[in-house]
Design a protein around this ligand. Structure first.
Ligand code: SF4
Ligand code: SF4
Length: 78
């Protein structure tokens, strides 16, 4: 894999898979995850990516107790 300075990442959190534990928010070194005031299907507030600044470190993914809740995606800038 070559080094690409334009490499970008984003994190997707599936609201209904989130249990609202806040671990990903605490784990993120860039502080780009927040807890929303919105409730998911289980009645708990869920975490959300703010939309900018993810570095793809994976800390949120590894801190999350729900295997399907968080996906970190690499994006290639055009
Ligand atoms: S991959 Fe890293 S920078 Fe991106 S949202 Fe997760 S913890 Fe934050
Ligand atoms: S660590 Fe996982 S379950 Fe906990 S708030 Fe974040 S996405 Fe939700």
């Amino acid at each position: 894999m070559s080094v690409n300075n334009k490499k970008k990442f984003r994190t997707v959190i599936i609201p209904d898979e989130c249990k609202g534990c806040n671990r990903c928010v605490v784990a993120c070194p860039k502080q780009v995850l927040i807890m929303t005031d919105l409730l998911n299907c289980n009645g708990v507030p869920y975490a959300q990516y703010t939309g900018d600044g993810c570095i793809g470190c994976g800390a949120c993914f590894y801190s999350c107790p729900e295997p399907g809740a968080i996906t970190v995606l690499e994006e290639t800038e055009e």
